[in-house]
Design a protein around this ligand. Structure first.
Ligand SMILES: Nc1ncnc2c1ncn2[C@@H]1O[C@H](COP(=O)(O)OP(=O)(O)O)[C@@H](O)[C@H]1O
Ligand SMILES: [Mg+2]
Length: 239
């Protein structure tokens, strides 16, 4: 099946189940993964990208069993991710930060220029240390679309940006499926951004999937509002 399907994924750290028998499927476009701090969002990305090994379960990407592929080979199959704390290498130029991904994934160097053009980063010869936070976030997006990505995992890509900058990033993120044909999975705490970007959303809480479906319906559900948005039923009825 095209897209990403997680089936019965469990991750344990000692006694803590960071993911507890999680199953969910994303087909296309930009999809959201939300939940309170500690819910298991980053753990989900770590399992998919190979930083963490799942105790049980599988993850199929376009029909391939991703968790059986060695982590260093997953990028070549089209997996890309960004990190909650951006990971732009300060001692390298913006161009070289992106080129590294092209080399690692054996993608054409022409895709480096295309990715930098897409995010609109000027003067890519500047060092990572000379870039603003927004520009470093743009480099991360560029790295995620180099070559032929199938799945792009974005972990709080707008963290630390002001509303105007977030808006610019949002436009780039929502354009990724059309630009490179990849499925995008977006983790973010900004519900306006999630509402604007994601057709489908999954909600985790204490490692369990508590809701999944169209963003509009999921964000309106009382259970999600209680668990995630901190809205009590009586507050809702008072509105
Ligand atoms: N390397 C680790 N060792 C121990 N516990 C971890 C580790 N990584 C995550 N956890 C725990 O797993 C849970 C989920 O964490 P995480 O996936 O980072 O949450 P989120 O990204 O949703 O905020 C938390 O309770 C966290 O403390
Ligand atoms: Mg996280």
């Amino acid at each position: 099946m095209a897209g990403l399907t997680l089936s019965n994924v469990t991750v344990r750290y000692g006694g803590v189940r960071s993911l507890d028998d999680v199953s969910m499927a994303f087909e296309r476009g930009v999809c959201g993964l939300i939940g309170p701090n500690g819910a298991g969002k980053t753990t989900t990305f770590n399992v998919l990208s190979g930083f963490t090994v799942a105790a049980t379960g599988s993850a199929e990407l376009d029909g391939m069993d991703l968790l059986r592929v060695a982590p260093h080979r997953r990028a070549r199959l089209g997996l890309r991710r960004s990190f909650q704390q951006e990971q732009v290498i300060r001692a390298l130029s913006a161009y070289d930060n992106v080129r590294l991904v092209a080399e690692h994934t054996r993608s054409a160097l022409t895709s480096v220029g295309r990715a930098l053009d897409y995010v609109g980063l000027a003067r890519a010869e500047r060092l990572g240390s000379e870039l603003t936070l927004l520009e470093r976030r743009l480099v991360e997006i560029a790295r995620c679309i180099v070559g032929q990505p199938r799945l792009v995992l974005l972990d709080e890509p707008a963290a630390g940006l002001d509303p105007t900058e977030s808006e610019r990033l949002l436009k780039l993120i929502t354009g990724i499926p059309d630009e490179v044909g990849a499925l995008v999975l977006l983790v973010d705490h900004d519900m306006d951004l999630v509402r604007a970007a994601c057709g489908t959303v999954a909600v985790l809480d204490f490692g369990k999937l508590i809701a999944f479906g169209s963003t509009h319906e999921v964000l309106a559900s009382a259970q999600v509002r209680r668990a995630y948005l901190g809205v009590e039923d009586d507050e809702e009825s008072a509105c």
